[in-house]
Design a protein around this ligand. Structure first.
Ligand code: SAM
Length: 178
């Protein structure tokens, strides 16, 4: 049985591997990036390293990242996603290259609670309005139902995942045709 530390290692390594993979998959798809769930700013800082020339908009209920991992005010959207992301549709609709959603409230395993499930579905619906053709939706929840023709579920990368731990659940979807 894995320790809590093993699970944390698996989660963080999976996130890093999936974001690195997304950078390869996105290729030349233009557009900004949306980071849903700024949290402590860990994955945001990795996105900044991967995409130094793109605008990366970070969303969260409230700011609890340390100052050196806090995005500039013009790239920070605070408030409940159900409002901030909904409003973003008119600003970004059809132009976003990558949405990374790290919004889980539990530790990412087991059954999703009703609130998590509802939020995951909401994010998936918004992603269909926000993403550019060929854009990616990457996240810790299965935000699109199987068989959704607008999205293609892509396999997780192999590189960068710890060989001695079970895979952490993560999801990569490509929207429309590149
Ligand atoms: C797992 S943490 C994100 C960790 C972060 N990506 C990192 O690497 O440090 C999840 C974040 O999602 C945010 N969140 C969850 N539900 C939300 C909602 N409905 N609206 C806005 N933020 C939400 C929480 O406040 C929390 O900071």
């Amino acid at each position: 049985m894995e320790s809590r530390l093993d699970r944390m290692v698996a989660r963080l390594a999976t996130q890093r591997a999936c974001l690195n993979h997304a950078a390869d998959l996105m290729g030349a798809v233009p557009g900004p990036i949306l980071e849903l769930g700024l949290g402590k700013g860990r994955t945001w800082s990795h996105l900044v390293q991967l995409f130094p020339n793109r605008d990366i908009f970070a969303f969260d209920h409230s700011l609890h990242a340390p100052p050196d991992l806090t995005p500039p005010a013009n790239l920070l959207l605070l408030g409940d996603l159900r409002e901030t992301l909904e409003k973003s549709k008119s600003r970004f609709g059809g132009s976003v290259a990558l949405i990374h959603a790290d919004i889980g409230t539990a530790d990412g395993q087991g059954e999703l609670g009703d609130t998590d499930l509802e939020l995951a579905c909401f994010v998936g619906d918004c992603a269909a309005a926000l993403l550019a053709p060929g854009g990616l939706l990457v996240g810790d929840r299965e935000m699109r139902p199987a068989g959704d023709l607008a999205f293609e579920r892509l396999p997780l990368p192999v590189a960068g995942l710890p060989a001695d731990l079970p895979p952490w659940p993560y999801f990569i979807f490509r929207f429309g045709n590149a």
